[in-house]
Design a protein. Structure first.
Length: 214
């Protein structure tokens, strides 16, 4: 039975080109980032796309997921996608970049509680934790009663590893966290981030020199 206030699930998305995949692997699209969901009509279908905070379209959902999201959009709900992971599969040829996003759609009349829940979920995703977001009636009640602070204890595992498939991005790296802090105006983290990267380069050069490469 559909909940009258909220819908949540982890859904697969795909990229349309290697260029899109390159964007997803870069610092402009971090695990836990919130993406706007926009619709583009392709032939006779409205396809839901993920649009990042810099205005780039980076991945799209299948027709069934897009139809469901269209229904919630028609109801006037808030639609949000949080990046969970990015993966690469060798099959089908010549290879495919894809991933999963936490889709969270909710009634704007309960905006404060659900927005807090979305924010808390994003924080956990950035640490590589996938909390359950497909909430039943009991979970919705606890969520609203707590003002959005309640979080389910259940965790959703990453998809089982398959031959020819690798998860490329499933949490925020230290350097990405530093970049994000810098964007938020924390100059100390900006300096620390560059110091960390320079230390890695220095260590690499030292190792190559020790091996007689230089």
């Amino acid at each position: 039975m559909e909940n009258p206030h909220y819908y949540g699930c982890y859904a697969r998305f795909e990229t349309s080109s290697k260029k899109d995949a390159g964007q997803l692997l870069g610092a402009d699209n971090l695990v836990g980032d919130a993406f706007e969901i926009v619709f583009i009509t392709e032939k006779s279908d409205r396809i839901a796309w993920m649009k990042n905070r810099f205005g780039a379209l980076v991945g799209f959902f299948d027709k069934a997921t897009s139809r469901k999201l269209s229904l919630y959009e028609a109801k006037g709900w808030v639609l949000c996608a949080l990046l969970s992971f990015v993966a690469y599969s060798e099959s089908p040829a010549p290879g495919l970049y894809w991933g999963e996003a936490a889709l969270m759609c909710y009634d704007p009349r309960q905006k404060d509680a659900f927005l807090r829940f979305v924010t808390n979920t994003a924080s956990r995703l950035s640490d590589g934790i996938r909390p359950a977001i497909d909430l039943g009636e009991g979970g919705i009640s606890q969520l609203l009663e707590s003002g959005g602070e309640w979080m389910p204890a259940k965790r959703i595992p990453f998809p089982a590893k398959e031959a020819g498939t690798a998860i490329l991005k499933s949490r925020r790296a230290f350097s990405e966290k530093m970049i994000e802090q810098a964007r938020a105006g924390n100059k100390g983290c900006y300096v620390a981030g560059w110091a960390f990267l320079l230390a890695i380069v220095a260590a690499l050069l030292f190792g190559l020199k020790a091996c007689g490469v230089f």
